[in-house]
Write a protein that binds this ligand. Sequence first.
Ligand code: ADP
Ligand code: MG
Length: 802
Amino acid sequence: MNVENTGGRLFGSGRCLSLLGLPGAAPVVHRMVEAMSQLQEEKAQLQEELVVLRESLALRDSDQQATSTQRQNQVEHLKEKLISQAQEVSRLRSELGGTDLEKHRDLLMVENERLRQEMRRCEAELQELRAKPPGPCPGCEHSQESAQLRDKLSQLQLEMAESKGMLSELNLEVQQKTDRLAEVELRLKDCLAEKAQEEERLSRRLRDSHETIASLRAQSPPVKYVIKTVEVESPKTKQALSESQARNQHLQEQVAMQRQVLKEMEQQLQSSHQLTARLRAQIAMYESELERAHGQMLEEMQSLEEDKNRAIEEAFARAQVEMKAVHENLAGVRTNLLTLQPALRTLTNDYNGLKRQVRGFPLLLQEALRSVKAEIGQAIEEVNSNNQELLRKYRRELQLRKKCHNELVRLKGNIRVIARVRPVTKEDGEGPEATNAVTFDADDDSIIHLLHKGKPVSFELDKVFSPHASQQDVFQEVQALITSCIDGFNVCIFAYGQTGAGKTYTMEGTPENPGINQRALQLLFSEVQEKASDWEYTITVSAAEIYNEVLRDLLGKEPQEKLEIRLCPDGSGQLYVPGLTEFQVQSVDDINKVFEFGHTNRTTEFTNLNEHSSRSHALLIVTVRGVDCSTGLRTTGKLNLVDLAGSERVGKSGAEGSRLREAQHINKSLSALGDVIAALRSRQGHVPFRNSKLTYLLQDSLSGDSKTLMVVQVSPVEKNTSETLYSLKFAERVRSVELGPGLRRAELGSWSSQEHLEWEPACQMPQPSARAHSAPSSGTSSRPGSIRRKLQPSGRSRPLPV
Ligand code: ADP
Ligand code: MG
């Protein structure tokens, strides 16, 4: 059904037109009413159909349910049947088990086999049946029935699905129709309203027409004519009516649109009203807040005003009080000022006076300075002259002291021999061998008594030190010699004696209690320091050893290198050792470093240092070179500190090989030393320096004005008495040589060689070549002492500063 048709039918209702008395209006209304009733009928019919369909659906549902329950029952029934069949099978099986095997074995065997096969088949069938219980069971009437039922069920299910689809379609159609009905009803209402309007308009026109007809009837002929005209014009009016109807419809549409717009606008208006109301409420709220804030502000302002007033009042009161105090102060200050004025006046006067004085002060100062300067100058002159006098006196005294010192040394003899007895040590052991065999003279410190093989033997030397003597005591004795080294003398100090008698102890000492070596250097440093104002000194140190007549540098980089003693090529006759290392030392620390270095060299070189050192001569050569600052005079003094090899005689026990060679070399060099000393003390013309490396090296330190000290070390114990006797004899004989050159020389002859021969019976060593030279020789008068003197610039015998 479409709307235009409906509209057409509605407007064509004959009843309405007949009511209005208009031709053509009644059929429209009539058609409209018809359509409506038709629609109503359709609706009722559809509703009936719907009810029927619903009923059939319910019926089908119940059918379906019944069918499915029926089928379920059938399935259950089939299951039961299957179970009963299985039971039958099992029963048959049990029956088979009960067969009489003994009587009808063969028969039963066959039967049994058949039954087994049947059983297997049944089992297979059973399993098959179990596997698909709802499946078709061929040859079973129930299975056919079941299949039929299943087909029917599926068909019914299909039908049900179709019915459901149809139902939903119908539902949809009903819904659509209901919608359309509502629409149509709405339109109907509109049409009714329009119809009422049209009816009113038409009735108005009808009334007008009736009135016109009535008036026309009053004017009869022309009225007839008019009636006819009206009749004639009637189709035109109809046309106009349809046009007006169309326009009316158009207007209605517009009105609907306008209504819609109006509705929207009304909605907008309503929302804007709501917004306005909300805004108004907000404004009202803000206004109230503003008012409240304003009130608060006013309150605060008022309180602030009050505070301000109060503060002003307080400040005013305080200011008044302060003002009062200030006034009082001012008054005080004024009175003070009045009292200060006279003081100020006096101060100003003082200041002016001082100013005047200050102005005159530089002049006064200059005058004072001038006079003080003159006084100081005078005093300085006086002091200078005094100083000169003192210096002259000091120099004279110094010369005198040196003269005295030299005289003393000379009186003591240029060659002196002292003995030092070491204490008994643990190494000496115990028992009769370790008993003390040495005694001293309480009144004479140059006498020593030795008990040798029960016989007492006494010796006289320059000095004898008992075991109680300290290192310092011994050093005291040699101190004078060391000082003379600074004055340009050459000095030799030897430690002689058997191994273990204390040579190294006396020369080197221990770190806690150093011996002559370190003490000598310390003394040299302090002496040099004292003279530093007049003299410039340099002290150098060399260390060497002589082993098996080979000279080695102990401070060199290659201690194994053999060193040679050469004559200076300048023809001065001086000896020198090319390659011998010299270290300049300035402090005790330096000396210790040098000693340490020498010791390390020796230790690394020899595995058994003790043994080695007892068979070699160790030399520490200290050279003191001085320059007199005022005169330029130069002096050179050499201090040779020699720790000799052990003097013990090894030949007796029949030593051989290297030990024998060592013994021969030691003997040779010690004999040569004895020869040289003897020759020197007896002032012989020829001194056999060249007989050994040791004497050759020390030639210029042994000859001439040189001074020599021999410290003979003695072991006090019984077992060493024969060596002690040997050492003391050697010492005494060295000492006894001297005095009255001619006489002594004649007296002594070549003692040293003889003595040595006498004490070395077992050691069949060749005669040292020194002996050939040890005989007195009246030959050359060139004294070796001249070598040192050649150093002196003036050639004077004593290098004393003038
Ligand atoms: P040498 O060098 O003659 O072979 P040492 O100097 O090595 O003899 O002395 C041997 C031992 O005797 C060392 O242990 C040493 O300390 C000790 N000795 C030597 N003289 C003295 C002394 N005067 N006082 C104390 N101990 C000494
Ligand atoms: Mg030693």
